[in-house]
Design a protein around this ligand. Sequence first.
Ligand SMILES: NC(=O)C1=CN([C@@H]2O[C@H](COP(=O)(O)OP(=O)(O)OC[C@H]3O[C@@H](n4cnc5c(N)ncnc54)[C@H](OP(=O)(O)O)[C@@H]3O)[C@@H](O)[C@H]2O)C=CC1
Ligand SMILES: O=C1O[C@H](COP(=O)(O)O)[C@@H](O)[C@H](O)[C@H]1O
Length: 501
Amino acid sequence: MEPTTFVLFGATGDLAKRKIYPALFNLFIDDKLPASFALIGLGRRDWSDDKFRGNIEQSIRDFSRRKAVNESKLAAFLQAFSYSVLDIGNLEDYAKLLGRIESREQKLGLAPNRLFYLSVGPEYFETIAENIQESGLGSANGWKRLVIEKPFGHDLQTARGLNAMLGKAFAEEEIFRIDHYLGKPMLQRFKVLQQSNPIIQTLWTNRSIANVQITANETVGVEERAGYYDHVGALRDMFQNHMLQLLMMTAIRTSTGSDAEVVRFKKKHIMEALEPLQKADVANSIVRGQYGSGYLQGQPVNGYTSEPGIAEGSMNDTFIAAKLSIDDSFWRGVPFYIRTGKRLKEKSTRIVIEFKEPLKQSSVSEDGAAEPNLLVIEMSPGESISLQLNTMGASVKEASKPICIDIDPGQGDLPEAYENLIHDALLGDGTYFAHWDEVEASWAWVQPILEAYEENSVPLHTYAAGTYGPAEADELLARDGYHWWFDAVEPAKQLTVAAQL
Ligand SMILES: NC(=O)C1=CN([C@@H]2O[C@H](COP(=O)(O)OP(=O)(O)OC[C@H]3O[C@@H](n4cnc5c(N)ncnc54)[C@H](OP(=O)(O)O)[C@@H]3O)[C@@H](O)[C@H]2O)C=CC1
Ligand SMILES: O=C1O[C@H](COP(=O)(O)O)[C@@H](O)[C@H](O)[C@H]1O
């Protein structure tokens, strides 16, 4: 891997502490950082290098997925870190930073490869990009990359404005837009499984698939993020980015070795083929919800509008369910159902592929007892890929019974999303980042929903905290003869895991 200077804006913040430093440490332990690697942390706080390193050390002890920390490795790792005070709006601070980076590069004879990571609020993105350009920080002889956190815009127009601004300082292939769902290990393993198994590739069409269900249910409420969340809601916070990315990744058909360009091209095609919604029709395909008070794990919890910092009478959405259709020859006729929300019964992020039941459809099946075959990608909290099949009951006369085969059981110590993504950014591999074409198309697709919400032409259903969301989200599938898989499955009825392949 090429020598790299990692310039971290927002080095004193929450994301850096909880995700970025533990991810970098795990990469270091796994020998996945460049041999010559230095990180310069930036913030307004007047910290010394020692204070900065002390904070990083604490974040690794608190948040690393590895329970036991190798002390000598940690000490070696911390040597790569230093800190500079920088005010984002002050161009002179960038000039000082440039001097510091150049002197290190010259002293060690390193190529001037610089990765700028923006772990700061979106209101700063444009100023930083502009000042990197102005100061000359981004015009050295090596490569430069910009890693940028969400949110990328607030709607179609602001996203376009931001992209145009960033485009003055960075080319598209230099911009790495983080969507941490793309870094989730089970999503990446699912793509490999699909690419490397002809049996699965063959099934990946509307001839075999009845519907696709993508769920990202959370038990947490708005937490301490009222100021952000009350202006954003589930549609902007989760649906426009993470959920549509999961849809694209599920729908694309790629083969082994497909590079970033191929993946981007195919994802763009999916977004272009997604049947657009008209504002007047939004209520037919979209269910908007907001949590009321209720119980989670036996404890009473507040309704959304009683949460600290939420505007009285807020109409903000904390839940969305949607039915989407892809109008191309592979997916025509296959509904994609998506849902995500806060304060739901359990945390679960999963993709379920429900296969067709040809026997049932042609009325050959006598008892109708067989369950459909399902491919289930569990991304959180458990990690596994399994296949539901039917087998014989205790005797041939009994109805068949479903069993579940673990194709790719979670191995307990998988890398975290941020490890995968930071590693890819260091390598310059954009396969699991959001390309501008996808971001623009996603905003364009949700724009009529944003407008319908704004005009309040879509009902806002209250659901009790600790449930699976509004009943209308179940009706969305029931209309087509389907139901959400794995909701309210009593433990006794859960499928037996029959074997591990
Ligand atoms: N926290 C999370 O879990 C997630 C966060 N994100 C995104 O990541 C980004 C960062 O979030 P988070 O870490 O939570 O935010 P924090 O508020 O915790 O941190 C903000 C950082 O920005 C720095 N900063 C703010 N203003 C200035 C300034 N004028 N000049 C220099 N530095 C400044 C702060 O440094 P100082 O105070 O020292 O000036 C601090 O390091 C946001 O875009 C957020 O949306 C995305 C997903 C999850
Ligand atoms: O980006 C976000 O994601 C989290 C959920 O992420 P997960 O990896 O825990 O599924 C969500 O809580 C947050 O509101 C949103 O900004």
